[in-house]
Structure formats: structure tokens, C-alpha cells
Design a protein around this ligand. Structure first.
Ligand code: ADP
Ligand code: ZN
Length: 609
């Protein structure tokens, strides 16, 4: 396959025969051409955009071995398995291997038998590894998860800084750095630290159109989540993020009791347990991982159909990155978040208590404000998200909760004044629940102890339920009209911003309570999977294809998606191929997989014809 004169035709042929895809996507073609021609490239593409092909195809088209630098040893096996399933010669060298396997791989490398080699940066930079590479023909260096070289970002790895030597030591080998991290500051740091300031830079839109965003404030988040999962994601794989380890454990246990298979993942588990749960999630169909943010980096699983947040993330960056793990395969997926008053109070007091320096605190607070703003938004969420990352979307997206079900707003000025003055009259030293009790005129021992049943605000709020009042308080806190005390008891106090509302100078329009969301977005009782394009009458075929895939992947000991991913199975259903030629036209069916699996899948399709 390694020809001397490489052209776009060679690249396209590789794409079609080996990968079984018809055409390049987005900027893939331009990137591939640049690197095949020997140029350097900096690639910023969202998760699921198709970064892997950008270095894999040049690695195949150019003579020699492609070296792929990746920070995650635990995932190298799956990456290599995916390439082997295409009949390519891929390998990795890392610290999990014994000396003999390392020696074998090194020999194969020297003999020029390896198309692609995965290594972690610390391994690559060892003197013996470099001297080995000196003696090989190298097609390219691909630096995956390149944001790890940025100290500003969240996944900084010191070893990545050492990669700058590649440009000096191998000036003739093209380098391609790839990341899904968007912001300008990280981008510049990546280019600087990797000596890629002269490289061609390819920045894609960060929109993930197949992900549907929904953020609600259900009364009972767990129940609402279950309803949402039952309505949209029966048997689908997904991730549920929680803030604390305890909540992770409890939620996983509860989901299991409800008949779903859920695994916990957090930093408090042993390394083996975490590895075990991660592997099960990757290999088995339809598992749910309930996790803290410790879970997720580099998870290549393409068919994560939903990401749920049971707590508010600390920043929009975190939210976007975590939700971005859904739908890498481009099929419809859901990002669903439930949050409430307690989230806002917890995060606010956590930040107030943090012992970071003032500047850092201000930054964190600003990030939280922005996240709260997104949660409370009444207009298109995707437009807001993209504009946050410097991208513009001209029209509302039509695929977020606010577009699909525009929330109602109401004039909350009068109610807000009641709430604020009740906070004031009770002395600004009580939590929301207590103040709500006073507004509702509850007959409680505690209220009497403080003599608050004699206040002018006692019982003036009977037009709203307790739930509605809590919803109102959440928005007052989110908008900064009330501050939460640092004492950890969550008492609320007025801020400067409350004054104009109290005085009646300013009016306040707030989002109406949206009770919740499992129901709200499930279009009138219709049982619909996220896999919208699988019609009801094709469900048996869909299940049969998934069953066969599971059988084959178990035999091969690889994750199911390595055999064929969901979008390939969906395409089989759309095309219903009758023979090998028709099967070859299915997206994701390349030459090798056609030979290996084609007949068995054809058989199943025939049975369901
Ligand atoms: P990223 O690394 O950017 O998150 P991947 O490289 O894992 O994305 O690609 C995401 C999915 O898109 C994979 O399932 C991949 O097979 C598929 N894909 C990539 N490029 C194409 C293409 N040109 N045509 C069809 N599918 C593609
Ligand atoms: Zn929208």
C-alpha cells in the first residue's frame, strides 16, 4: 500500500476500501492532504468529529510507521484492537508489557512491519526508544489529546512538554497535534509548546448537532431521570455524572434496583475496580456508568447515547466536555441535566470556602455564574454554548429543550419582593426552607420560638406552593439577588442587586417552573429511542444485529463497537443488503470486515426480510 507519490486519490481509496466510508467529512480531506505532503498540522475538532482518520490515513499513505502519542495507556489496547479489526498492523509499547513482548514489538518496528505504533509520551522520550526510532522510517508523529501540553487547561501532563524535541530531532517527519479543546488560550499554548506555530491550523465548528440539550429542575431528580431513561433510552449505554462519591454509589445502587445495570466509578475505588468497570462499560452493550468527573477522558466508545448530570457542573467547559462524550458516532443522543436549589447553594458556599487566592476565586465564581446562566436560560442553549466558545449559530437550533418547548416566563417582581423582604425581616440568618415556611405561614415550633409569626411577611405567600417558592429562590440566588452564607448552613442574605427590585424600580421576569423533564420532552407518550431512524417494525432486526455483534465481539474479546458500531448497523437496516456487493456499500463496512463478518450479518438480514 505504500506508494511513493501520494495523492488525494490514494487517501480516498484508503478511506473507502479499508474503512468502508464513502467520503471525507468536514476538514478531514484538507488535513490528510497536508500531512501526506509532509506538512505539520494543528487540528481542533469536537469529539466525534473524526480526528483519528486525520492521522491514520496519512500514516498508511506515507512510507514508514506512524507514531501516535497518547496519554492513556489503559485505552491503547482498544485503539489497537480497532485497527487490527481492519487488518492493519497496529501495536503499542507501554509499561504494562513484559520485556519479551516489548522486544518483539521493537523488532517488528525495526523490520518496518508496523503501520501504527501507540506510545505514551514518557515512554517515547526514553533514550532507548528514541534511538530505536532513529533507526526506523517514520511516517509521522501524531500527538493525540494535545491539550495535555497546556498548563492553562485541565489535563496538563508534564511529560507532554518534552515532545517539543521532536521537531528538532526529526525535522523531516510531519507532526499532527489533535485536540477537542477549543479555547483560544489553550490553542496558542499548544502551538507554542509543541513548536507548531508554523503549522497549518484546522479549526472546526464545535457544534455537536446530534446532541439534544435539556436542563430542568425536577422536584425529584432521580425519578425524573428514570422516566427520561425509560422513555428514551431503554437498553442504551450512558453516563450519569454526580458530584460526590456517596451520591455516585447511591445512584448506581438505586438504578440497579430499578432494573438497569449501573456501575459506579469514582476516585475512591481501587484502580482494579475502576479499570474493571470501565472495561465492562466499553465491552458490554447498554451499561450505565454512574461517575464523578474522574470518569471519561479518552473514552472512545462511540455509542454513548446519553449523558445525565444530576448536579450542576462547575463550568460551561466542564459541561460541554462531559456532555460531549455522548454520540461520537453522530447518531441522535441526549444531554440531560437536572439541578436544583441545593446545587446552587452547595456550589456557592463551596467556592466561598475555598482557600484559593482571590484571583482564582474570582475566576471560578465567574465560571459558575456562566454555568448558572446557561441553566436558567430561556432561549436556545446551543446558541449560548457556541457563542461561549467563540462560535456563532445564526438560528436557534431546534434541538434543545428551549427550542422544542419554549419555556414560559412570568412577571415575578411582586413575588420576588415578598421573598426578599421576608429574608430581610427574619434577619438574614436562615436558610431557604425556613424562609419559605414563614412565607407560607406554617405553624411551626421554630417559627414561634423566634416570634416570626408576628412578622408582616408571615403567611403572605400562600399563592405559591413550597416548590414554586424554592424555584423562585433558586433563580434569585442564581441571578445574584441573594447571597448564600459561608457558614455552611446555607443562610441567605440580600445583596446590592436586590435593592432595585425591593424598591420597585426594577421588574423581574423569571422562568416558569418546569416540573420535569422526563415527561416534558417525551413527546406525548410516544415511546421513542434516541435512535430515531430505527422504525418500530425494524426493531426485531435491530436487536438481532446487536445480538450477533455481541456474539462476535465476545469471541474476539473486543468491545462490540469494534466489530461494527451503531451507525453501521443502522445503515445496514436502511439499506438491507442482499449480497456482498450491497453489503460493501454500507458505511463502515470495509474490505476486511466484509470478508470477516459480511456473510453472518447478511444471513440475519435475510432471516428478517
Ligand atoms: P474523534 O476522535 O474526533 O472523537 P473519531 O475519530 O473517533 O472521532 O470518529 C468518530 C466516529 O466517526 C467514528 O465512529 C468514526 O468511524 C466515524 N467517522 C470518522 N470519519 C468518518 C467519515 N469520513 N465517514 C463516516 N464516518 C466517519
Ligand atoms: Zn436550541
Amino acid at each position: 500500500m505504500q506508494t511513493q507519490k501520494m495523492t488525494s486519490t490514494a487517501a480516498l481509496e484508503i478511506l473507502q476500501t479499508i474503512y468502508g466510508f464513502d467520503e471525507f467529512r468536514g476538514q478531514q480531506q484538507a488535513i490528510v492532504d497536508t500531512v501526506i505532503a509532509g506538512g505539520d498540522a494543528l487540528v481542533l475538532m469536537p469529539t466525534g468529529g473524526g480526528k483519528s482518520l486525520c492521522y491514520q490515513i496519512p500514516a498508511l499513505a506515507r512510507p514508514g510507521t506512524g507514531i501516535i502519542i497518547s496519554p492513556l495507556i489503559a485505552l491503547m489496547q482498544d485503539q489497537v484492537d480497532a485497527l487490527k479489526a481492519l487488518d492493519l498492523n497496529a501495536a503499542f509499547i507501554n509499561s504494562s508489557m513484559d520485556a519479551q513482548s516489548v522486544a518483539q514489538t521493537e523488532n517488528a518496528l525495526l523490520a518496518g512491519e508496523i503501520d501504527m505504533l501507540y506510545v505514551a509520551p514518557e515512554r517515547l522520550l526514553m533514550p532507548q526508544m528514541l534511538s530505536l526510532i532513529d533507526r526506523c522510517q517514520i511516517a509521522l508523529f501524531a500527538i493525540d489529546e494535545a491539550h495535555c501540553v497546556s498548563q492553562w487547561g485541565h489535563d496538563f501532563r508534564r511529560e507532554y512538554l518534552g515532545l517539543s524535541i521532536l521537531s528538532e530531532r526529526y525535522p523531516d517527519v510531519p507532526r499532527i497535534a489533535l485536540t477537542a479543546t477549543a479555547d483560544e488560550r489553550s490553542r496558542q499554548e499548544i502551538a507554542g509548546n509543541l513548536q507548531l506555530t508554523e503549522a497549518a491550523s484546522f479549526v472546526s465548528s464545535f457544534d455537536r448537532p446530534n446532541i439534544r440539550y435539556a436542563i430542568g429542575e425536577p422536584d425529584n431528580a432521580r425519578e425524573a431521570m428514570l422516566q427520561f431513561l425509560d422513555t428514551h433510552h431503554e437498553g442504551d449505554a450512558g453516563i450519569v455524572y454526580c458530584l460526590s462519591r456517596k451520591k455516585v454509589e447511591q445512584t448506581a445502587e438505586w438504578l440497579n434496583k430499578q432494573g438497569r445495570t449501573a456501575l459506579a466509578y469514582h476516585a475512591g475505588l481501587s484502580a482494579e475496580e475502576r479499570q474493571h468497570n470501565q472495561t465492562r462499560f466499553l465491552r458490554e452493550d447498554g451499561l450505565i456508568v454512574v461517575a464523578t468527573i474522574a470518569f471519561g477522558m479518552g473514552i472512545d466508545k462511540p455509542d454513548v447515547r446519553f449523558v445525565v448530570h444530576l448536579n450542576l457542573p462547575k463550568s460551561v467547559e466542564a459541561y460541554y466536555q462531559e456532555t460531549g462524550r455522548a454520540g461520537r458516532d453522530g447518531l441522535p443522543s441526549n444531554a440531560w441535566m437536572a439541578y436544583g436549589l441545593q446545587d446552587v447553594i452547595n456550589l456557592r458556599s463551596m467556592m466561598a470556602q475555598s482557600d484559593a487566592d482571590e484571583q482564582h476565586k474570582r475566576l471560578e465564581n465567574h465560571k459558575l455564574e456562566t454555568m448558572l446562566g446557561l441553566a436558567e436560560l430561556t432561549t436556545c442553549r446551543r446558541q449560548a454554548l457556541l457563542s461561549y466558545f467563540g462560535d456563532t449559530l445564526e438560528e436557534p437550533c431546534g434541538n434543545c429543550d428551549n427550542c422544542l418547548h419554549p419555556p414560559h416566563t412570568w412577571d415575578a417582581t411582586e413575588s420576588a419582593r415578598k421573598a426578599l423582604s421576608c429574608v430581610y425581616r427574619t434577619g438574614q440568618r436562615f436558610g431557604v426552607s425556613y424562609v419559605v415556611d414563614v412565607l407560607l405561614g406554617k405553624d411551626s415550633e421554630r417559627i414561634q420560638r423566634f416570634g416570626h409569626e408576628r412578622l408582616s411577611t408571615y403567611g403572605i405567600g400562600k399563592e405559591h406552593s413550597a416548590l414554586e417558592w424554592r424555584n423562585l429562590f433558586r433563580q434569585l440566588i442564581a441571578r445574584g439577588l441573594l447571597a448564600v452564607d459561608v457558614d455552611g448552613h446555607g443562610s441567605v442574605m440580600l445583596t446590592e442587586a436586590a435593592r432595585p427590585v425591593l424598591k420597585g424600580i426594577e421588574t423581574l421576569h423569571l422562568r416558569e417552573l418546569t416540573v420535569a423533564t422526563g415527561k416534558r420532552q417525551g413527546s406525548a407518550g410516544r415511546r421513542k429511542r434516541a435512535m430515531a431512524e430505527i422504525a418500530e417494525h425494524d426493531q426485531p432486526l435491530w436487536n438481532a444485529l446487536r445480538g450477533l455483534r455481541k456474539q462476535l465481539s465476545d469471541v474476539a474479546g473486543v468491545p462490540a463497537y469494534i466489530v461494527f458500531n451503531d451507525s453501521t448497523l443502522a445503515d445496514m437496516i436502511a439499506i438491507k443488503p442482499r449480497d456482498r456487493t450491497e453489503m460493501a456499500s454500507v458505511s463502515g463496512v470495509g474490505q476486511h470486515k466484509l470478508e470477516q463478518y459480511g456473510d453472518e450479518f447478511l444471513e440475519v438480514i435475510r432471516e428478517h426480510a
